[in-house]
Design a protein around this ligand. Structure first.
Ligand SMILES: [Zn+2]
Length: 131
C-alpha cells in the first residue's frame, strides 16, 4: 500500500509541472515507491517460504530420518518393483511413497505395458527391462 501510495504521489506531483528538475524529483518519489514495493514483495515471499517450510517439517518431521530411510530402501537386496492401478511411476517395495497403500501390487519386470511407467525419483528402482 505504501509503494502504491508513493508511486501515485510521484505521478500526481509530476503531472502538472513542466519543469524537468521538478519532474525528476517526483520521479525519484515513484522510484522509491517501486523499491518499497519490491521490498514488500520480498518480505511476503520470505514469509510464505517460511510457512511452507514449517508445514513441510510438520508433514516430514525429520529430513535426516527420511534420507536414512531412502538410503536403506536403495540398499535393499530385494529388488521387487511395485505400482498401483493409476500410478505413473513404479517403486521399490520398501519405498516410503507406497507404504501403507493397499492397492499397490508387485510389477513383473517383463511386463510390456509398463513401458509408459517411469521409475520413482525417490527410491530409484532398476529400470524395467523390455522383454
Ligand atoms: Zn518410490
Amino acid at each position: 500500500v505504501a509503494a502504491v501510495g508513493l508511486i501515485f504521489i510521484g505521478w500526481w506531483g509530476s503531472s502538472d509541472t513542466a519543469s524537468l528538475s521538478r519532474q525528476v524529483l517526483w520521479l525519484n518519489v515513484g522510484v522509491a515507491g517501486a523499491i518499497v514495493g519490491s521490498a514488500g514483495i520480498m518480505a511476503w515471499l520470505l514469509a510464505g517460504r517460511r510457512a511452507v517450510g514449517k508445514r513441510r517439517r510438520r508433514v516430514l518431521p525429520d529430513v535426516a530420518v527420511y534420507e536414512t530411510a531412502v538410503a536403506a530402501s536403495q540398499d535393499t537386496p530385494n529388488d521387487a518393483v511395485v505400482a498401483g492401478p493409476r500410478m505413473t511411476r513404479y517403486h521399490r517395495a520398501s519405498c516410503m511413497l507406497v507404504a501403507r497403500k493397499p492397492a499397490v501390487r508387485r510389477v513383473e519386470r517383463k511386463i510390456g505395458g509398463t513401458k509408459a511407467m517411469r521409475p520413482c525419483g525417490v527410491c530409484r528402482p532398476e529400470p524395467l527391462s523390455e522383454q
